[in-house]
Design a protein around this ligand. Structure first.
Ligand code: PEP
Length: 255
């Protein structure tokens, strides 16, 4: 395992928070706090915040991403946003398959796969979320669940395209609950995902893939989680909405 060969990425997922004016304010507050970061820093924001966030992030080391995209290039999909639309704004990143999309909006492994395809075709880098429900962990099927989600989402993704895939392991029971996976649990499952990528592609591809942990990561637990060999960063919900907390996680990832 050589963690140094992989990009460490700290990405915020703002979810349905912040108005456009508040987005400008938050990016402006985060920027000076993370300017010396030794990792990639991303804020994935609601669609209406993309433009103000991009403007506020100009000249900083913060990259802006979206929280979802549709699988079709265009068409009769009222209120949806295509990957091409996002790419045309100059965005690089998009989150796909977040558990809140799976839980509340009918997202399936197949629609995740279709969105991944569309995002890659548009030239975007995907932050692909996988993770088990509490009952699945209790039934000891976490490995099977994350392996299945990973395999289906990556169907048709070439080894070359894997350089534009980041995986976020997000146990559903830890998202927004204040419950965090232990560093050992996070490391174990990120390692299982890495093994799965090695089986699908090669060891080199697996070793080069950034695998984040997400689920109540905060300024107090980031150090320990990020010290683990298979944890290459974090996808941060709640703590990404507070400049100082988000910056503290970026600092922990920069050590
Ligand atoms: C998330 O939304 O991806 C997330 C990890 O949320 P939180 O940090 O609030 O648990």
């Amino acid at each position: 395992m050589n963690k140094a060969t992989r990009k460490t990425i700290i990405a915020g997922n703002w979810k349905m928070n912040k108005t456009p004016a508040e987005a400008t304010e938050l990016i402006t507050a985060i920027a000076p706090l993370v300017k010396d970061a030794d990792c990639e820093v991303i804020a994935c924001v609601p669609y209406v915040d993309l433009y103000p966030a991009l403007e506020a992030a100009k000249g900083t080391n913060i990259q802006i991403g979206a929280e979802n995209c549709h699988w079709a290039k265009s068409g009769a999909f009222t209120a949806e946003i295509s990957a091409d639309m996002l790419a045309s704004m100059g965005l690089k990143y998009v989150i796909i398959g977040h558990s809140e999309r799976r839980q509340y909006f009918g997202e399936t492994d197949k629609t995740v796969r279709d969105r991944v395809r569309a995002a890659l075709d548009a030239g975007l880098t995907v932050i692909l979320c996988v993770g088990e429900y509490l009952e699945q962990r209790e039934q000891d099927v976490t490995a099977e669940v994350v392996r299945m989600q990973t395999k289906i989402a990556l169907m048709g993704v070439s080894a070359e395209e894997m350089s534009r895939i980041v995986i976020a392991y997000e146990p559903v029971w830890a998202i927004g609950t204040g419950l965090t996976a232990t560093a050992e649990q996070a490391d174990e499952v990120c390692g299982i995902i890495r093994e799965c990528i090695a089986e699908l592609y090669t060891n080199e591809v697996a070793e080069a893939t950034t695998i984040q942990y997400g689920g109540s990561m905060n300024d107090a637990n980031a150090d320990e989680l990020l010290s683990k060999v298979n944890v290459d960063g974090g996808l941060i919900g709640g703590a990404s909405l507070v400049a100082e907390k988000f910056a503290a996680i970026v600092k922990a990832a920069s050590k």
